[in-house]
Design a protein around this ligand. Sequence first.
Ligand code: AGP
Length: 606
Amino acid sequence: MCGIIGYVGGENAVPILIEGLKRLEYRGYDSAGIAVINGGELAIRKAVGKLKNLESVVWSDPPAGTVGIGHTRWATHGRVTELNAHPHETQGFVLVHNGIIENYLALKEKLRTEGHDFHTETDTEVIVHLIAKYFAGDLTAAVHQALREVVGAYAIAVMGTDDPNTVVGARAGCPLVVGLGQGEYFLASDVPAVLNHTRDVIFLDDGEVATLTREGVRVTSLDGRVVNKDVRHVTWDPIMAEKGGYKHFMLKEIFEQPRAVLDTFRGRVVPETGDAVLDLGKAAHSLAHVERVLLVACGTSWHAALIGKYMLEEMAHVPAEVDYGSEFRYRQPVLDHRTLFVGISQSGETADTIAAAREAKRLGATAVAISNVMDSTLARESDGVFYTHAGPEIGVAASKTFTTQVVSMYLLGLALGRQRGTLSEAQGKKLAQDLLQMPRLMEGVLEQEEAVIELARQFATKRDFLFLGRGLSFPIALEGALKLKELSYIHAEGYAGGEMKHGPIALIDPEMPVVILAPRSRVYDKIVSNLEEIKARDGIIIAVGTEGDEELKRHAQYVLYVPDVPELLLPLVLVLPLQLLAYHIAIRLGCDVDQPRNLAKSVTVE
Ligand code: AGP
């Protein structure tokens, strides 16, 4: 998630742009930049790193001008360098962008044949070149024409020296608001950036283009039709606004998961051929010779690794092992060049996982990183990297980075399965189509929040929980237990359902809630047996099952439902009620859900 700001008015633009970017810094800041137009002159300032680095560049020589745009970058395409920092410029046009352009390579090639030179590694640069190509005196018309060729997600702000009093914004799939001041107008990725100037905003919808001049704002569709928009008066305070109206970042990020999952598979799954496109760089060639996969991670990421094991073995018929980074690095692991090492780490800075990757590479394995942070240590030291596109995760306990890691495992399984021939084209197409349905199905599950709040009210005072699951529900039982521990400090254990009779069954009593994942699956009958074993011992059962399964109500006192999804994708829906349960119990107990005690967002020590 990047941050965009734009301004047209009578005031000096630079202070307004910088202050707006500060309000958007929670959206990520690998680099930042501004551009200001003064008469026909264009000034651009950029810096890698936090916003204060840009400030030190700007304030030493602040460009004059009352029309400008700015950007904080959360890198997805292209390394974190000053060259790749936005704004991007060509022929006097300058642009900032949030999102992912799926067809940027094809557009870039076509523009190159038409004489356009490119200087960055970003997808964004093709947009400003398209606008320059189509400009014939009307910036808005050029934006309409350019965006009709773009496939993907974007929120942009663009201006040009040929039309120095105009800023044009547009969105498809990424947020963009227009702030309405007195003789001054603003563009921003999110409301916090404009609240110091106005509370009257227009929320643009997909396919809409806003043209800002000192005279006012005009909204049009990509085919040039004028669109009438309601003006909303926002009452949020700035801090509340950074959380998008949610009480905590943790809750905001739980609800962002459908979008994060979509952004992670966008442009990387090909339903027409049933393939996955991973772009693993120099690690790609070794995928064909892989004889074994070793998935190494810590904490929540280890739960994603365990899900990866099940997926890779089922989709690609390749042996897959899972290990904790802290254990792997001190074992005498047996691996060689025929082993694919996959290090999973949302921060990419977990010391144990990095050490494991180094050891695996020393022993001759090919190392691939799955990370949410561009150019993180694990990413830089691996032979290939697959970035999850979850956007910055502010809550210390993982949520959207976890579900995007699960998607990464699914895509790796699809890619390996198609490459090794264990998945036919037809099977690949079905798996691809199944994945495309998930954001919508996940949204449906999140709508059950009220039912979870009621459970939290009933069980917030319990001191012990047991989470059970079988098959792909087992890693989710582990993750549900970890989330409850992390957020509410209540003791919780996750167990394989089949293991209950080997000990944990001694724990069952009327005081300890048992959360049991019981979706329709190949092991459904076995998990129902677990339900009966618990019920026979007066246990309290919270079951999570498949919509329409009335049988569960015969065994469980409380039942939450998820949609009937293909078994391989169950983790994406099953984890959601467990994240919400942990959050709402923690809230009732007054815990700091965004920064739980003793936890760190990345454990960079052993
Ligand atoms: C996640 O909720 C925890 N904060 C923790 O278990 C985390 O998953 C673990 O430290 C690994 O972090 P990483 O994904 O950044 O490597």
